[in-house]
Design a protein around this ligand. Structure first.
Ligand code: CP
Length: 306
């Protein structure tokens, strides 16, 4: 593995290697991550052309815990604002001896373009590209599911909400099916769930009654207003009524079901505060696990030179 661009086609053995490595970085209380020298002398450039709280920060923490030098390019104040192209930006940062680029971009495929143009020893990690992929989110989601449910091969996982705009949904579907989850459901209104997902082997549901009944894992997604191009369909009020996760709707799932969300959450739109902050929510542990999973990804990539 030289770059991590997608979970599509990522072999099961590599996913498990990443999850096992992440587990080693976590101490017994799942909170403290040890500092290790695996990336000492390496420079990791965080390039976030789209906003982020969790991904950018946990990549920075992860790189620092691996003893790397971390450079966060402030894109809004960079020469990208003067019209410098993406590839010219990369060429100039490469001239500063970058070893790894962590890239988030609104354009699907931008991290692929970068990966095609960097020197063979440089690694690219996709931190979310358009609607396409968010592989490290999917991997931390897989870590979370494995942590709480142990075995993937007897699970029903429901992914609920704005599927059509969601890179997290796509990356999770690829990872879940590779890991052998027998029932993956996508749940939402017809306007937000593309029918072609059936070809990816998932069950498409247009009601919460069908979608989360007896689920072991419920992954809620944010309504992505910024990708709606004008009017939101349905309105956030209508969405909450039909698909917002309340305690009453969660009661349809198994009693020990876990509730996940990649964040940021829209309280009262896709999830009620009573659920987001409730006993079944593992939304904040997901964030914590994200540090160890990103440490695992970067250390495995750094150990694999082209
Ligand atoms: N889950 C996620 O990608 O969150 P951020 O946009 O805050 O990084």
């Amino acid at each position: 593995l030289i770059h991590l661009l997608s979970t599509e086609g990522l072999p099961k053995a590599i996913i498990h290697q990443i999850l096992d490595t992440a587990e080693q970085f976590l101490s017994v209380n799942d909170r403290e991550v040890k500092k290790v020298p695996l990336l000492r002398g390496k420079s990791v450039f965080n390039l976030f052309f789209e906003n982020s709280t969790r991904t950018r920060t946990t990549f920075e923490i992860a790189a620092k815990r691996l003893s790397a030098d971390v450079i966060n390019l402030d894109i809004a104040r960079s020469s990208a604002s003067k019209g410098e192209s993406l590839l010219d930006t990369i060429a100039n940062l490469s001239a500063m001896a970058a070893d790894m680029f962590v890239v988030r971009h609104a354009e699907s495929g931008a991290p692929y373009l970068i990966a095609q143009h960097v020197a063979p020893h440089v690694h690219v990690v996709n931190a979310g590209d358009g609607r396409h992929a968010h592989p490290t989110q999917a991997l931390l989601d897989m870590y979370t599911i494995r942590h709480y449910k142990k075995d993937f091969t007897n699970l029903t996982v429901a992914i609920v909400g704005d599927i059509v705009h969601s890179r997290v949904a796509r990356s999770n579907i690829h990872a879940l099916t590779t890991l052998g989850v027998p029932e993956v459901r996508v749940v939402g209104p017809r306007t937000l769930v593309p029918g072609d997902l059936r070809e990816m082997g998932v069950r498409v549901c247009h009601s919460m009654e069908e979608g989360i009944k007896d689920a072991d894992v419920v992954i809620m997604l944010r309504l992505q207003n910024e990708r709606m191009n004008g009017g939101m369909l349905p309105s956030s009020g209508e969405f909450f009524k039909e698909f917002g996760l309340t305690e009453a709707k969660l009661a349809l799932a198994k009693p020990d079901a876990i509730v996940m969300h990649p964040g940021p959450i829209n309280r009262g739109v896709e999830i009620d505060s009573a659920v987001a902050d409730g006993k079944q929510s593992v939304i904040l542990p997901q964030v914590t696990f994200g540090i160890a999973v990103r440490m695992a990804v970067m250390s495995i990539l750094a150990g694999n030179e082209a």
